[in-house]
Design a protein around this ligand. Structure first.
Ligand code: SF4
Ligand code: SF4
Length: 313
């Protein structure tokens, strides 16, 4: 459970309001990290010797343009690799995309994670995604395409390849690429929690991912929310108060992580996954889940779990 990446959720605000957004971001969410708080978290992350990456995410981190450039530079100067997620709403033209990405690359940005799928494209014209993607290629920055899918999904990786005119986009479900690729693409079923819980069940991709087995992300790929709360991963567990590690505004991240690694909750997630947690409650959960993270959110939200964990000692 050595932490390799720290995601800073710079803001809860977003200029889109996607129906599948389990973090329930949107224009009416206002909480953001102050730049000096973010710098403090980067300093704390740099103290953890295993941390290789800082990821700026949200909400939409490009809504804080000056802070983003400054923070990318701050993290990069500390020898940490930097990635940034975006919905590309700001890439209104090829020139606008090049100008913003070049500034971030000059500051030290290594990778841009670009969201593209039916959910996002109900709010953001695909043209803007193309502008950002092409600017990333021309600038020589790595791009990772993030695609959330549903049962009636039309914009999957095959369609994205067609629309971007790029056959070099590699679907990670096909395994590790054996030759150079232009971008990696990750397509997963949306997780029906948070706002996404209101999407009708017939759209859920039940069984899209495995439900059994250990979680390889817990405490390895953590997040810090604008409130300072440390999230155990960058997925749905972060919504559950019980699974949070504490406040990085009042305690050192290294201490919160040290304590978490001793916590039977995270040990169980890392060794047996959410199925193990279900088993110590009553083992009653079946297979009506999209993936392990969907199951995990359900188990972590069970009010009987804290007592069951307490008994494990
Ligand atoms: S999924 Fe991304 S783009 Fe959509 S509302 Fe959430 S943060 Fe914004
Ligand atoms: S299984 Fe749970 S702890 Fe692991 S990444 Fe998914 S939500 Fe997070």
């Amino acid at each position: 459970m050595e932490t390799f990446r720290v995601g800073l959720l710079l803001t809860e605000r977003c200029d889109a309001e996607c129906s599948h957004c389990w973090f329930s971001s949107g224009p009416n969410r206002t909480r953001s990290m102050k730049p000096d708080e973010a710098r403090g978290y980067i300093d704390q992350a740099a103290e953890v010797s295993t941390v290789e990456w800082i990821s700026f995410t949200g909400g939409e981190p490009f809504l804080m343009p000056e802070a983003l450039v400054e923070l990318v530079g701050y993290a990069s100067e500390r020898g940490i690799k930097v990635e940034c997620a975006t919905n590309c709403s700001w890439a209104t033209s090829k020139e606008a995309a090049e100008s913003r990405l070049n500034e971030l690359m000059d500051a030290g940005l290594d990778t841009v994670n670009i969201s593209m799928d039916d959910f996002h494209q109900r709010h953001i014209p695909f043209e803007r995604v193309r502008n950002c993607y092409e600017a990333s290629k021309e600038g020589g920055i790595k791009a990772v395409i993030m695609c959330a899918s549903s049962r009636s999904n039309a914009l999957g990786i095959d369609e994205i390849r067609l629309r971007l005119g790029d056959e070099g986009i590699h679907d990670i479900r096909a395994g590790r690429p054996t030759s150079p690729v232009s971008a990696l693409a990750v397509e997963t079923g949306f997780i029906p929690v948070g706002r996404a819980a209101s999407i009708p069940e017939e759209e859920w991709l039940i069984g899209d991912g495995p439900l059994d087995g250990p979680c390889e992300e817990v405490l390895r790929d953590i997040g810090i929310a604008p409130s300072g709360q440390v999230l155990p991963c960058c997925s749905a567990a972060g919504l559950v108060d019980y699974a949070r590690l504490g406040d990085a505004g009042t305690e050192r991240l290294s201490e919160l992580l040290r304590r978490a690694r001793l916590n039977p909750l995270f040990k169980m997630l890392s060794s047996e996954g959410p199925r193990g947690l279900d088993r110590i409650i009553d083992g009653s959960r079946g297979d009506r889940y999209v993936n392990r993270c969907h199951l995990c959110h359900d188990v972590l939200s069970d009010p009987r779990l804290p007592d069951a964990i307490e008994k494990l000692g």
